[in-house]
Design a protein around this ligand. Sequence first.
Ligand code: ADP
Ligand code: GN1
Ligand code: MG
Length: 374
Amino acid sequence: MNSIHHVNLPEGVRSGFLIKGDFLDAIPYGSGHINDTFLVRYIYKGRASQFIFQRINHHVFKNPAGLMDNIKRTCVHLQNKAIALGKDPVRYSLAVVPAREGNLNYFLDGADYWRAYPFIGQSFSVDVVENEEQAYQAARTFGKFTTLLDDLPGDRLEESIPDFHHTVKRYNRFEEVIEADSKGRLSSCESVVKAYLSERALANYVVEGLSNGLIKERVTHNDTKISNVLLDKKTGRGICVVDLDTIMPGSLLYDLSDLVRTSTGMFEENERDLSKISMNLSYFRAVMQGFLEQTVSIMSEAEIAFLPRVGQLLTFECGMRFLTDYLEGDVYFRIHDEDENLVRAKTQLKFLQIQQELEPELQQIVKEILKQIH
Ligand code: ADP
Ligand code: GN1
Ligand code: MG
């Protein structure tokens, strides 16, 4: 949800980027749990221009300069692709606004790293999918992103968060945090903790596949929640993906998994009424269709075999991360209520169980789509 309250951006930040004109105003923007995001306006020759400014959470992203290097490289690659395809590069990818000094992709204000992107106009994103077309367009846009980055030149990207989707390590950490129970919260969530512990088997598939080569390491987005893709206000078509901090080496199954997690359920992550948690099979079909149309030609047998269960992986991992954070005293994800991380963990658990019950139906849908496009 976006607030209309103007905020005071530090003076250095306002003038820190190569932007023409005078600073007009800034408001908090988006619904992310990690960075601080602002919609910022400047006035030049009587016309307003808009930018997204972000203060990077450097407690989470320990090497912001390396992260910005990843982003810059991928944005330039995508823009070059757009030019080669005769498309408008401005709507094909985010672009990094350089700092006024030092030829940097970020502005350093004390210990805080700031970055700026031009705001892509006539666009919107959603927190909960509203119709099949949105699910299809979002998945298509993320799928295309994966294939466009398949030939990114240069060295392996920096891991902006090492072992970000190493679900086995996440599980081990979860066990340690349960054992420590440093905030005395375990007694308030024992049944949820037990339920997560019993899903251990889910953690292995992709981690093992990546290590034995059956699943290929690629450049992936790793945070493909539905609010991280821009759709066109007029046509509804996917424009481009945003929130690029976690672009790094990964598996395309992570990206598809988080898309299923966030676009086939009909609920907010912090929904308290668990009876509202459900899975929309038409949205699942639309997500699979959109993503696979773009990516099936580069997928391995091991990747394809996992498709009916793919959504379970990040639903489990993300839910376990929320629960870990609750037990640790809410040190990672932004919260608005004291028990929000526990509430989030409960929604994910319920959604995980729903996907497990629906596995035969999901299998059938995947089979039909593969038959049609393979
Ligand atoms: P957060 O970490 O807060 O999720 P995002 O980068 O996802 O940050 O930005 C928040 C929201 O702002 C996105 O969901 C999207 O709707 C919008 N957004 C982000 N970047 C742009 C952009 N360059 N142009 C237009 N809208 C954007
Ligand atoms: C965080 O920053 P945001 O809100 O897009 C998190 C994701 C989780 C997501 C859950 C760097 O994403 O991994 O899936 O919350 N990002 C990071 O909503 O940890
Ligand atoms: Mg986001």
